[in-house]
Design a protein around this ligand. Structure first.
Ligand SMILES: Cc1cc2nc3c(=O)[nH]c(=O)nc-3n(C[C@H](O)[C@H](O)[C@H](O)COP(=O)(O)OP(=O)(O)OC[C@H]3O[C@@H](n4cnc5c(N)ncnc54)[C@H](O)[C@@H]3O)c2cc1C
Length: 351
């Protein structure tokens, strides 16, 4: 029986499971969706492959770089060329930060979700998919996790929670009668998330971005578009002669239009893009949209406060602890949680 339950097969939960597996600690990962990799997500449509969550990653810690470049296969890895330029609320475009643009941006030819898949395959991880965990229970110093179909899984010595903050708060509030829980709920509630629509716009002809840009990002938060990028810049994704632009509507716009129909969202993304891009933009021949309720956090929960759960085997990871949506920073929290879990399980064995 695995010692540990991990809720969420996003990059943070999978990175934790991977490190623990190296230390001979088995984890059972529960994932509500059909896939791996969470918001590092890719989709295929009509011969095109595009990322509808995270666009790329920059490994900024040695531990994460070691995992990506040494522990996982690298043959599908590929840098994303081109700069990220900036635009303001009036649509004025200017060059981006040279320091940021000098840093390599990474992705996989087969899509960013390959990151999660490779961690699962290389680590031979045990992931139970299409299983949404709805509550946690603690009995005789052990944990049980219950899914929406009423099944109980366990017992586990420890649980690692990795979903976006508000979803983890829901799970935590199901745990009764433990003094540290209300303080942990309060702390996790400090991680507030923006909602956001991501939209793929497909054109049956080549589309140009200004200059050598791969992407344009709005820096004063006054524009309806937060981001637009050229998916063709990623190796092997879009057939020759076709183009896919990935647009992200601003959090404010997304919140105000949260219940709009997909066609209306796609049309608005196209209108914003055609106003912004200097060359005229034809109408897309198809579009695809994803509504992210919890796209990225803009504030963080303090990991030090959440440590009060460790004594009873409750651990946390994910971008709620970072306060920014970053693939590699989320992975880092997973690796840190794994180190803390190793220490906790070793102590429990001794005690
Ligand atoms: C539109 C968009 C663009 C972005 N762009 C970038 C970018 O360019 N670069 C970058 O570095 N980052 C970017 N990010 C942020 C990045 O994707 C995230 O910070 C990172 O993927 C978070 O990983 P995580 O493991 O913390 O969470 P997640 O990826 O959300 O993983 C949590 C997992 O838990 C599962 N889950 C939730 N609740 C339950 C439950 N009750 N039971 C079972 N499973 C559950 C979810 O399905 C999910 O798979 C972007 C995000 C979005 C949405």
């Amino acid at each position: 029986m695995p010692n540990l339950a991990i809720i969420g097969a996003g990059v943070s939960g999978l990175s934790a499971a991977f490190q623990l597996k190296q230390a001979n600690i088995e984890a059972q990962v529960f994932e509500k969706s059909r896939g791996f990799s969470g918001r590092a997500a890719s989709r295929s449509r009509k011969g095109c492959r595009y990322d509808y969550g995270a666009n790329y990653f920059k490994p900024d810690s040695d531990e994460v770089a070691r995992l990506i470049f040494q522990s996982l296969p690298t043959d599908d890895l590929s840098p994303v060329p081109g700069d990220i330029s900036v635009f303001d609320e009036d649509g004025n475009i200017s060059p981006g930060d040279p320091e940021q643009n000098a840093q390599a941006k990474w992705n996989y030819r087969s899509g960013i979700s390959t990151l999660g898949k490779l961690i699962v395959q290389s680590g031979q991880l045990d992931v139970t998919r299409e299983t949404r965990i709805t509550s946690l229970a603690r009995l005789d110093s052990q944990w049980w996790v219950n899914d929406e179909k009423g099944r109980e899984h366990g017992p586990f010595d420890a649980v690692l929670l990795t979903a976006p903050g508000p979803q983890t708060v829901e799970l935590l509030t199901s745990v009764e009668e433990f003094p540290p829980v209300p303080a942990m709920v309060r702390e996790l509630s400090k991680a507030e998330y923006y909602c956001q629509f991501a939209v793929a716009l497909h054109f049956s002809e080549p589309i140009k971005m200004p200059g050598d840009s791969y992407a344009l990002i709005n820096t004063d938060r006054g524009h309806g578009l937060a981001w637009i990028s050229h998916e063709n810049r990623k190796c092997g994704r879009i057939p020759d002669g076709e183009s896919v632009l990935m647009a992200q509507l601003s959090p404010e716009w997304s919140e105000a239009h949260y219940d709009d129909e997909p066609d209306s969202i796609i049309n608005s993304a196209w209108k914003f893009a055609s106003d912004l891009l200097p060359d005229s933009l034809p109408r897309p021949d198809w579009g695809d949209t994803q509504r992210w309720r919890f796209a990225h956090p803009h504030t963080a929960a303090d990991p030090a406060v959440l440590q009060s759960g460790q004594e009873m085997g409750l651990f946390f990871a994910g971008d709620a602890l970072v306060g920014k949506g970053r693939v590699t920073r989320a992975m880092e929290t997973g690796l840190q949680a794994a180190t803390a879990i190793e220490a906790h399980l070793a102590m429990s064995k001794q005690g």
